[in-house]
Design a protein. Structure first.
Length: 610
């Protein structure tokens, strides 16, 4: 076009460069790029530049009119690409750097070409679609038949199949403008349509025919009351998925394997969550200003979240724990000092409350409200201070989140320190096997035989066994989980970790674009294959069991039923090595297989009843 090179010569050079860049990733990728070049050329046509704009379309505002003022004024402007027009004084409301949460809901990116469409008749109400969605863009709810009388025409629901809710209906609802079209949900759906076995209970369909109806439906869905948390037993996926996610519409890749774990944490522990985030994908999609995916419940409460550095996240989380404990102890001392005015019964009830489930938490909240009502009529400095600290009587759930680059490598010293602190801090490592956010550098979690930056020829050493190191401290709850292989085990591990009054570590297999396959189509299958090959054994180690004289370790996955060679055959990270050096690859596969078998023997030994 520019005329710098003759057209044919330029196209030849472009294709040569494509070959050079992508050939090591396979001919298929090269061909796709060639096809893109050819299609671009076939569709090239000149557009005459006119003096004045001729378009009849107007750009939509960055955020809708319904967004809060501050979101419109700041986030909206930035999303419109006009951030440079903002003045320092426009940020006066956040002198301390805090940022409003629950604002990704105003982005409405509408990037999916296809969205899942629900068939209530075929649905078995398992909640698996909602569980795996990385963006909380497909949700489950129960609503009373009374509430559904106000539903718009075309709103779908089905009679609720369980015993927990009577005279109620079950709903699966997509957020059409927030869905990324990744299709993970349809792959997770186990229900087949008997009349048409090609179809499931949710099926991807072009968005155009459904957008307006589903927008109306989603608005109505949101207006329906959230399920009462105290009625949900946190065991089965179908129950847990009725809980409102407080992490939604993040900017992670479509089909991301990390975000479903974060979303699940917010469903399980709700507004009591305090998150210290290591730098990495989870800090970027977790706090990718100008919008924030951490959201609020109907009471306007939600998780508190912050990112400090890449290397200090474990210490950051420990700091949160220590400061909470300090404030709580101070509140404890103050309420004791004021006991005669507050009342002995209330003081005692607050200080001795059990807070092991949502019903007990709700009771404690009611006590704290009663305390605040009493404090409001008291004038002493101590009463005012206690009023500011009273919320600390409700237990918080402290979690440090990060990737394997943080946990296995750069932040490992701090992680080790926290694991030996004895403090009630939970750690969730979302293990993609590489430093994903910075382009796929190897970490100590990178598997044998995988090609990654700084290990391009294929990693020749085994992964660090972080779980085993943590178990050896004997006072850490440890679990290894994979949502695509056993979703109920993930819930169990998170609930057990949270209930353990000491450090907990959960290592979560997270599929990722860096591993080299279509993550939306195949992410869950790859997780399953990793477990079946024994590469990713599922387990839970609970120090409370050791104290009861039982083996601390419980294996949640069976002995390998698949060869490592088969697991490795389907991911580009391994196949690049095969392509460039088949002999080396064969040796690495053999080594990987030996490693898996050795580790399995060790785990089985540790899990044995003596
Ligand atoms: C001390 C330090 N080194 C390097 C970086 C750059 N950096 C930011 S995120 C990241 C990779 C994170 O990888 P991982 O912990 O595996 O998380 P993921 O992105 O895979 O979720 C790196 C290297 C940094 N911020 N600080
Ligand atoms: S297609 Fe992907 S983003 Fe959309 S609802 Fe399904 S899992 Fe969520
Ligand atoms: S790079 Fe990987 S971990 Fe990061 S957002 Fe994308 S899929 Fe998720």
């Amino acid at each position: 076009l520019s005329g710098v090179l003759p057209r044919d010569e330029a196209i030849k050079a472009i294709k040569k460069s494509i070959e050079k860049t992508y050939m090591k990733k396979g001919q298929a990728l090269v061909d796709k790029n060639f096809a893109a070049v050819d299609a671009s050329l076939a569709h090239l046509h000149e557009i005459k530049i006119t003096d004045k704009p001729t378009s009849k379309f107007k750009r939509l505002p960055g955020v809708p009119e319904t967004a809060p003022e501050v979101v419109k004024k700041v986030a909206g402007k930035i999303l419109e690409g006009k951030g440079e027009e903002l003045k320092v004084s426009d940020f006066g409301w956040t002198a301390d750097g805090t940022w409003p949460t629950a604002t990704t809901q105003y982005e409405k990116r509408c990037i999916a070409s296809d969205i899942p469409v629900w068939d209530p008749e075929t649905c078995i109400q398992c909640g698996k679609c909602a569980m795996v969605c990385p963006h909380a863009a497909i949700r489950a709810k129960v609503a009373t038949n009374e509430d559904l009388k106000k539903a718009p025409a075309g709103f779908k629901s089905a009679a609720f199949k369980g015993k927990e809710f009577t005279d109620s209906a079950f709903i699966i609802q997509v957020a059409p403008e927030d869905c990324t079209g990744c299709s993970l949900c349809t792959h997770a759906c186990p229900a087949k349509n008997k009349a048409d076995p090609e179809k499931k209970a949710i099926n991807m369909q072009p968005i155009a025919a459904h957008l307006e109806q589903e927008k109306t439906n989603f608005d109505f869905f949101l207006s329906l009351p959230d399920v009462d948390r105290t009625k949900i037993e946190k065991k089965l996926v179908k129950n847990v998925q009725l809980l409102r996610p407080l992490f939604e519409f993040s900017g992670s890749c479509a089909g991301c394997g990390e975000t479903p774990y974060v979303k699940l944490l917010t469903q399980l522990f709700g507004d009591r969550l305090m998150i210290a985030n290591a730098t990495g994908c989870s800090s970027i999609y977790g706090g990718n200003l100008p919008t924030t995916p951490y959201a609020k419940d109907a009471n306007g409460r939600g998780p508190a979240w912050s990112n400090s550095l890449f290397e200090d996240a474990a210490e950051f989380g420990l700091g949160m724990r220590l400061s909470i404990d300090f404030q709580k102890n101070y509140a404890h001392q103050l309420i004791k000092d004021l006991e005669s005015e507050v009342g002995g019964d209330l003081t005692n009830a607050i200080l001795t409350a059990s807070q092991t489930n949502d019903a007990e938490i709700q009771e404690q909240r009611a006590r704290v409200e009663a305390l605040k009502a009493k404090l409001a009529s008291m004038n002493s400095e101590a009463a005012k201070t206690l009023n500011g600290l009273a919320d600390y009587f409700v237990e918080k759930s402290v979690w440090t989140l990060g990737g394997d680059g943080w946990a296995y490598d750069i932040g490992y010293g701090g992680l080790d320190h926290v694991l030996y602190s004895g403090k009630n801090v939970n750690i969730l490592v979302m293990d993609t096997g590489v430093y994903s956010n910075t382009g796929g550098q190897q970490s100590k979690a990178t598997p044998i035989g995988a090609s990654a930056k700084f290990a391009v020829a294929g990693k020749s050493l085994p992964r660090k066994d972080l779980g085993m190191i943590a178990m050896s401290s004997e006072n850490v709850y440890v679990a290894q989980v994979a949502l695509g292989a056993n979703d109920a085990q993930v819930i169990k591990a998170m609930v057990e970790a949270e209930s353990f009054n000491g450090p907990s570590l959960i290592i979560a297999y997270s599929h990722c674009i860096a591993q080299g396959f279509e993550i939306g189509e195949q992410g869950l299958d790859h997780q399953k294959a990793a477990v079946e090959a024994g590469f990713w054994p599922l387990y839970r180690f609970d120090p409370r069991r050791v104290r009861e004289g039982k083996p601390g370790l419980q294996l949640d996955s069976k002995a390998p039923s698949k060869a490592m060679a088969d697991y490795m055959a389907n991911e580009t990270r391994f196949q690049i090595v095969k392509k460039t050096n088949p002999e080396r690859y064969e040796n690495l596969v053999k080594f990987a297989q030996e490693q898996v078998e050795e580790r399995r023997k060790l785990y089985e030994h540790l899990a044995e009843e003596k």
